[in-house]
Write a protein that binds this ligand. Structure first.
Ligand code: BGC
Length: 528
């Protein structure tokens, strides 16, 4: 069976939740990296709508509701500058797995920060569109590295009983990053010089600096040290992460667990990316495709339409203060992630993903209907439109936003975990890229464009319907199970039967040592 004791604990100090608050807070700091991700996502929407930026990189057009400054940027430039970040992040996320194994998880984050800062500096100081675009690719590469390294670091270093919450903390940081970007864009938008967009761009260096200083005080993942053959360093890391002494029996036990898991992994032989696509009794192929599919459908909910193009969309819909409307969606995104953190452990992953997608589908169709019905100067209609979009974002933030990250952290067996996770994260960025690239062509008027405008919400409504179907048929209920039990669930149960089988596992309190026996007993029960 893939996995092992480490997989069951899945992290540090998997036993009792003792009073290890300071150690947990220390690990949780790594979730701060989500700010880099979120801020980068959120900032471009406002920057590309700023007068000075448009004057520098756009062209002149007649003044209209869509173009209040008499300046515009072509669909091709808008889609390129927005989506190019995700091209960099796609490559960065795939590079994350080897970097994590070569230089380490924590030290890999420093590599990411250096690359990121280089890209940000280039965007801040540039005078040409080409340099701005290249700067975004480079910064994106750094963000992509971080988006694979950080969830891996968090799940390897946090205790099992709080791992889900720590990982949703990462999503929370993403949402805070998006909001910060909206707020800072809003504050600088009226500046008449380059500082209007240079300030929000350069501010990213501050987040990178805070992350770098904080990461200096965090230990490297003990799992990395064991893999690198440095048991002494692994023991020191573990002692820090559990707030105890190297000789503490708990530290020694955990070390043995990690070593045993590694041995088991090595006995299975060196795994490559192709192993993620093998048909096995514990459904490796299905699980990899589920992770890749889940992250793709998360993007296909259409959420980044709001975070990337929200400001221009609100502007063209005739809404008075499009920057404020963007801030409103950012606030809803941050605050509605909190019930998601609670809900994931109370209502389950499967239920929330199904109902969340159904809710988003409902809201998006309503946005489409209201949008095509009202006129551009209908203020009440505009308020209804913003309210519906906020309700839709609330649905995303409390379900698909955090849960997509939680699920990819727990459905893979240890042997292929890093690779399958990086493939899933890369799928997120690939779809992020494809959708952000295609959106201006779909939405904007003008030759060669589909001119869908607000009708694009019918498209997102339909994709959200598909998300409901996907969650129903592909996401098993894994709430409260150890990673080892998740493996057993895939081995012995179907997705549709997962809720019942999960209860059976929890009721019988099946542990790692019982796994083979439990599977045999079930097989003989089925024969009878
Ligand atoms: C998604 C991002 C999105 C963000 C919004 C994340 O989970 O992967 O693409 O911008 O949520 O909060």
């Amino acid at each position: 069976m893939a996995g092992g004791p480490m997989a069951a604990g899945g992290g540090v100090g998997a036993n009792a939740p003792k009073s290890k608050l300071s150690a947990i807070l220390m690990v949780s700091f790594a979730a701060f990296a989500g700010i880099l991700y979120g801020y980068d996502t959120g900032t471009i929407s406002g920057v590309t709508a700023m007068q000075d930026w448009l004057a520098l990189f756009g062209h002149q057009v007649p003044v209209s509701t869509d173009h209040p400054y008499g300046l515009a940027i072509s669909s091709s430039r808008q889609s390129l500058v927005t989506s190019i970040l995700s091209a960099g992040t796609f490559c960065g996320s795939l590079t994350g797995a080897p970097v994590a194994d070569w230089v380490g998880r924590q030290r890999g984050v420093f590599v990411a920060i250096v690359i990121f800062c280089f890209g940000v500096a280039m965007q801040t100081g540039c005078h040409t569109f080409a340099l701005f675009v290249v700067g975004r690719v480079i910064a994106g590469f750094g963000v992509g590295l971080v988006s694979t390294l950080i969830p891996m670091y968090l799940s390897e270093c946090s205790p099992k009983w709080i791992r889900g919450a720590v990982v949703t903390g990462y999503q929370w940081a993403i949402t805070i990053g998006i909001l910060l970007a909206n707020v800072i864009n809003n504050a600088t938008q009226h500046r008449q010089d380059h500082s209007a967009w240079r300030i929000p761009t350069a501010v990213q260096l501050i987040w990178a600096f805070i992350l770098a200083v904080g990461m200096l005080f965090l230990p490297e993942s003990p799992r990395f040290w064991i893999k690198a053959g440095r048991e002494d360093k692994a023991a020191k890391s573990l002692a820090r992460l559990t707030n105890s002494d190297v000789s503490d029996p708990e530290v020694q036990l955990e070390l043995e667990d990690i070593k045993a898991a590694l041995k088991e992994e090595q006995e299975l032989g060196e795994t490559g990316y192709l192993d993620c696509f093998k048909r096995t009794p514990n459904k490796i192929l299905f699980r990899t495709l589920t992770g890749i599919g889940l992250q793709a459908w998360q993007q296909l909910t259409g959420v980044n339409f709001i975070f990337y193009y929200g400001t221009s969309f609100f502007q063209s819909a005739g809404i008075n203060n499009p920057f404020l409307a963007s801030v409103a969606t950012g606030i809803v995104n941050v605050f509605m992630t909190i019930p998601g953190m609670y809900g994931v452990e109370h209502y389950g992953r499967r239920n929330l993903l199904i109902w969340g997608a159904a809710w988003m589908c409902f809201c998006e169709f309503l946005v489409g209907i209201v949008g095509v019905t009202i006129s551009v100067d209908n203020t009440a209609g505009h308020k209804a439109l913003i309210a519906l979009i906020c309700l839709y974002i609330a649905g995303f933030a409390s379900t698909w936003g955090p849960i997509a990250w939680v699920v990819i952290g727990e459905i893979f067996p240890l042997a292929i975990r890093a690779k399958a996770m990086s493939l899933s994260v890369a799928s997120n960025w690939l779809w992020n890229f494809a959708l952000s690239f295609a959106t201006p062509y779909l939405v904007n008027p003008g030759p060669g464009n589909a001119n869908l405008g607000v009708k694009v919400f019918f498209l997102w409504g339909s994709t959200c319907f598909c998300c409901t179907v996907f969650a129903f048929f592909c996401i098993p209920e894994t709430k409260g199970l150890s990673l080892e039990q998740v493996d057993l669930l895939y081995l012995n149960s179907s997705v549709l039967g997962s809720s019942k089988y999960r209860e059976e596992l929890l009721a019988q309190d099946v542990h790692i040592a019982d796994v083979a026996k439990h599977t045999d007993d079930r097989a003989s029960e089925e024969k009878v």
